[in-house]
Design a binder for this molecule. Structure first.
Ligand SMILES: Cc1ncc(COP(=O)(O)O)c(C=O)c1O
Length: 358
């Protein structure tokens, strides 16, 4: 029972079928094919907006290239201190931004607030020897599994506007957040002031397909060359586009995310009802972060449940992890079986009742 992440499973059947269909015959290379043209038009429909779309193979590439197009080499990009861009991409954003820096701020649930970003920006010295802030990047869903509400995104956008910053969203789990908020892709992005988006699809069913979606044409200038220089203009580009066609067809992407979010809620509700278990952060998408007794943690692991230990740096002020406790992360994917979730809960329940009897 593997809950290590949502990228531990392969691609979903409709995505693979679309790939098989696109496989036959000769087509222009490097994105000059009809499938790529169709998928770019589809993005415009989905977002109800003119968009420039660049298909890439990893979320790191999407983030690094998106940020490189909105932050000059002397600029600063503000993000959460646990953001994937600053913590998990081996410096790729700074590398592609050619010297620009990421500034990581604290925040409960790996979320930034308009007040904290605004206070940070106002406190920055304005001298020429200081790097000027040029962009803000948020993760939707956050690294603690939380979802920014539309009002929170709008408030951050207002801070960006007041300070002349571009606004980037790392949407590695984009549709999981959409399902939670019950809003449209447009409402969660450009309508709240997002300028550029890393659109994730790999975690939720694709083989390897991500997209940079740009809502302001000026920001896309040169991005095709940046992608090429990063080795992200795939020669058989139609096979990336085909994955996305399979992903979008018949709302398959929504079905996958609904499944993952529903099972995460089931897991979260079941675990948090057990004595001595509490959630580090509310379960708002497809990730569950319980704080367990070390003995329950051990019982789950001995029962064959795999998951990662997690950091406590973004806990609320009133919360802490005791010496005999463990904070862990369980991620539910589009392919997780409900039986596996129920089995985890059975193991947890019987361990909890054994421990209560001791
Ligand atoms: C918040 C976030 N952003 C981006 C990514 C994409 O990373 P990768 O380069 O592994 O596709 C991930 C994957 O773990 C993620 O969790």
């Amino acid at each position: 029972m593997n809950f290590l992440s949502d990228n531990i499973v392969g691609a979903s059947a409709p995505v693979l079928q679309a790939l098989m269909q696109a496989n036959d015959g000769a087509m222009p290379a490097y994105g000059g094919d009809d499938i790529t043209k169709r998928i770019k038009a589809r993005f415009a429909e989905i977002f109800e907006h003119e968009v420039s779309v660049y298909l890439v193979t990893t979320g790191t590439a999407a983030n690094a290239l998106a940020l490189s197009s909105i932050v000059p080499p002397w600029g600063l990009c503000v993000c959460h201190k646990e953001a994937h861009v600053i913590d998990d991409e081996c410096g790729a954003p700074e590398f592609f931004m050619h010297g620009a820096k990421l500034a990581g701020l604290p925040g409960v649930g790996s979320k930034l607030t308009a007040a904290s970003v605004s206070a940070y920006l106002e406190g920055l010295p304005k001298a020429v020897k200081q790097m000027p802030p040029k962009a803000l990047s948020i993760s939707q869903v956050t690294e603690s599994g939380m979802v920014y509400g539309l009002d929170e995104i709008a408030a951050l956008s207002a801070v960006c506007k007041a300070h002349g910053l571009s606004f980037h969203m790392d949407g590695a789990r984009f549709v999981n957040a959409l399902v939670t908020l019950g809003c449209t892709p447009a409402e969660m992005t450009w309508k709240q002031g997002i300028d550029i988006l890393s659109f994730g699809a790999t975690k939720n069913g694709c083989l390897m397909a991500e997209a940079i979606v740009v809502f302001k044409p000026a920001l896309a200038e040169g991005l095709d060359y940046r992608c090429k220089r990063a080795g992200q203009v795939t020669s058989k580009g139609r096979l990336i586009a085909a994955q996305l066609e399979g992903y979008f067809a018949n709302d398959h992407w929504y079905d996958n995310a609904r499944h993952a979010n529903r099972l995460a809620t089931l897991l979260s509700d079941g675990l948090s009802q057990l004595p001595g278990v509490r959630l580090a952060w509310p379960t708002e998408a497809n990730e569950v972060f319980p704080i367990l007794s070390k003995s329950l943690d051990q019982a789950l692991r001995e029962g064959g449940v795999q998951y990662h230990p997690w950091t406590d740096v973004s806990l609320p002020a009133h919360e802490s992890v005791g010496a005999d406790e463990a904070l862990v992360r369980l991620v539910v994917s589009f392919a997780t079986r409900e039986d596996d979730v129920r089995r985890v809960l059975e193991i947890a329940r019987s361990a909890a009742s054994r421990q209560a009897a001791e």
